[in-house]
Design a protein around this ligand. Structure first.
Ligand code: BG6
Length: 506
């Protein structure tokens, strides 16, 4: 974030960007518009080339045309033809199977040719925008072929998409495989939540203000709620989703990024080593449940038919490519405790789900209520609870809720809010969220990427749920109506502690 492209003047290093999975959705919908935004902000070096690798048989010219077409369709700002021309000045495409060593030999020849003509100084950024099964084969081939070996001052970096593993064992294996051929500092494990301005701002809010940190602990905070609610259905991702589920898809990655930024100790420096160590240490302090505690502190549910706004939604089990008897969860809620001096006894409630009433990503920090109310007409338990809300999306805001006196002759108290909206202060150009991350990788700043220990610590926390749910089968799988706020069982998870979820607005 130190390297926010909008604020920074430094141009990214010259390089070749090799995209594996170049014919896919991610490349076309997000990566190309993000690269365009970097080019438009003057942050992409002219010595730049794109080399696409994918199974699909096509030519470099056809690939370039498809990128140009996608840019017009998905750009987040008006496209200037001169900038687009510069961005696509050097585009190559190689069809082939990711396991096939021959493709890496052809890739070497292409890279060496491009490096002679484009003055990219031999820097290579390999972006694995593929299904997860291809991460290890590509990583290993990049290592074995020597394509990712750093030499003569040139850097070689690999961006790996999520999901990184599907449980603790597979994440450990994938890390081991990648680290057998690459150095940790060459591996950039991406989580697009860290590309969001509002997520990065959690660190600034906490550590650039003297106001919050003194009360950011168990003495003042009652509990924390982290919500990532989506109104999107599983749509056409049935095959991927049915073998993944809400827990694996969202929790050890996106929700745990929010959790660790909100709860970590202040790092000594703002650099990749210190920030990532503080985050990993926080995840390491999350209490690991046994099987019984995993079941009693979690809720999983699947959506039934319902309506979201005016749209009728079929039940999850009727989704294309989903098993009609599926027990995959589309909603998960968890109660976690953190075993350290700052947080002992403060529950962190996390929830995420598909096909909910509306989209809402926020962190709600609930402060302890006033110990005693001297106001006769409003007993202490009727006072509004003080919430500091970090709105991530769709409303990008920070909001503080507190009690105020209703105007009038008697003392009557009501809850009010004070809100800072990003859009009122900043005129940031719309972005995909990938700009900062790609740029940071090109300048070698890994602060906003995940380190092996952080990923493994995240899986360690959710593994007891994965195991307990597998053993329980369908027995405790709850359900909720599409368009609702989630299952009643999730409400009970908080109600038994005398708390309730913040509403998901309609
Ligand atoms: C992806 C998940 O990583 O994140 C999707 O695979 C989910 O299922 C998406 O919809 C949510 O991202 P965002 O940025 O829309 O909150």
């Amino acid at each position: 974030m130190s390297s926010n492209p909008i604020a920074s003047v430094r141009c990214a290093d010259p390089c070749s960007l090799v995209i594996f999975g170049a014919s896919g959705d991610l490349t076309h919908r997000l990566l190309i518009p993000a690269l365009y935004n970097l080019a438009a902000a003057g942050l992409l070096d002219d010595a730049f080339s794109i080399i696409g690798v994918a199974r699909k048989e096509t030519s470099s010219d056809a690939f370039r045309s498809s990128l140009e077409k996608s840019l017009r369709e998905f750009a987040t700002r008006p496209v200037d033809d001169r900038i687009a021309k510069r961005l696509f000045a050097c585009v190559e495409y190689l069809p082939g199977e990711f396991e096939d060593p021959k493709i890496y030999e052809r890739l070497r020849q292409t890279l060496e040719r491009v490096e002679r003509t484009r003055a990219t100084r031999g820097n290579r950024l390999f972006y694995l925008a593929t299904p997860p099964a291809a991460f290890a084969p590509i990583g290993l081939q990049l290592g074995k072929s020597g394509l990712a070996r750093e030499e003569n001052g040139a850097w070689r970096r690999v961006i790996i998409e999520k999901p990184f593993g599907r449980d603790l064992a597979s994440a450990l294996t994938l890390n081991r495989q990648l680290l057998s051929v690459l150095d940790e500092n060459q591996i950039y494990r991406i989580d697009h939540y860290l590309g969001k301005e509002t997520v990065q701002n959690i660190l600034v809010l906490r550590f650039a203000n003297g106001l919050f940190e003194p009360i950011w602990n168990r003495d003042h905070i009652d509990h924390v709620q982290i919500t990532v609610a989506e109104s999107l259905t599983v749509g056409r991702r049935g095959r991927f989703y049915d073998s993944t589920g809400a827990l694996r898809d969202m929790v050890p990655n996106h929700l745990f990024q929010l959790l660790s930024l909100v709860a970590m100790e202040p790092p000594a420096r703002f650099d990749a080593g210190a920030v990532r160590a503080a985050k990993a240490e926080l995840l390491d302090a999350v209490q690991i449940h046994d099987a019984a505690a995993a079941l009693s502190n979690s809720v999983r549910a699947q959506y039934e038919a319902g309506s979201i706004g005016d749209n009728r939604v079929e039940s999850y089990r009727k989704t294309e490519d989903v098993d009609p008897a599926s027990t995959t969860e589309t909603y998960v809620a968890l109660k976690l405790l953190i075993d350290n001096w700052r947080w002992a006894g403060v529950p962190f409630y996390l929830r995420t789900g598909k096909s909910l009433r509306s989209q809402l990503t926020e962190v709600g920090i609930n402060f302890k209520r006033a110990p005693f109310a001297m106001f006769r007409n409003t007993p202490v338990d009727r006072l509004t609870r003080n919430f500091l809300v970090l709105g991530i999306q769709p409303n990008e805001c920070i909001s503080l809720q507190f009690n105020a006196k209703l105007p009038g002759p008697s003392i009557a108290i009501t809850g009010v809010g004070m809100t800072f909206e990003y859009k009122d202060y900043f005129k940031a150009a719309p972005s995909t969220g990938y700009e900062t991350l790609i740029y940071d990788c090109m300048i070698g700043d890994a602060t906003l990427f995940q380190r092996a220990d952080g990923i493994e610590a995240g899986w360690r926390v959710v593994q007891p749920c994965i195991d307990a749910w597998r053993n329980a089968g369908a027995t405790d799988l709850a359900s909720y109506k599409a368009g609702s706020e989630g299952p009643t069982e999730a409400d009970q998870l908080l109600a038994r502690d005398g708390r309730h979820w913040r509403p998901i607005p309609g």
